[in-house]
Ligand binder design. Sequence first.
Ligand code: S3P
Length: 193
Amino acid sequence: MTTVESPRPAPATGAESAAPAHRNVALIGFMGAGKTTVGAILAGILGFDFLDTDKVIEQRQGRRIADIFAHEGEPFFRGLESSLCAELEASEGKVIATGGGLPVNPANLASLHRHAFVVCLWASPETIYARVRTQHHRPLLQTENPLESIRDLLARRTAAYREADLIVGVDFRSPVETARHIANAFRHGAARA
Ligand code: S3P
């Protein structure tokens, strides 16, 4: 898939006027797309608080994601993600960077859409691989052929990622450019849900 700028079309009828404004911005997308880096910059631009779901889970659990996967298994981690996701519905004025697998659960994605302008950072498998190849904290990429794993997982997740309100290609944008782009879109479009 090529990188795209694809705002989701607004409803055709007057439904938007009845909908509440987006209170938050949620960043979704594959591991290594830059959600944490862009999210922190975006929060600064908007004057919002920044929150990273992986970091919150690690803090609450007192251990790294890799340890949670290794000792409790992935389903346990996904349960923590879903609980946190539901909790975040009460948030206001937050930029939320989500773990790459969080929106794959349709209930989590629906939850984000209820309160946040949902933005997908889209990176090609090659860009992701170049960024994560020297990192070892992501259990799902500790495989014999990480590039192949990225391609497989990304293909399986693409439909979920495409449900974002806005998809921003990051292969040729710096984190600051990406954050500014999202801030503009949020300011101009997020007043209507
Ligand atoms: C995961 C992505 C990670 C982390 C966990 C699982 C995934 O977060 O939640 O390792 O399933 O894609 P990042 O996207 O921040 O790396």
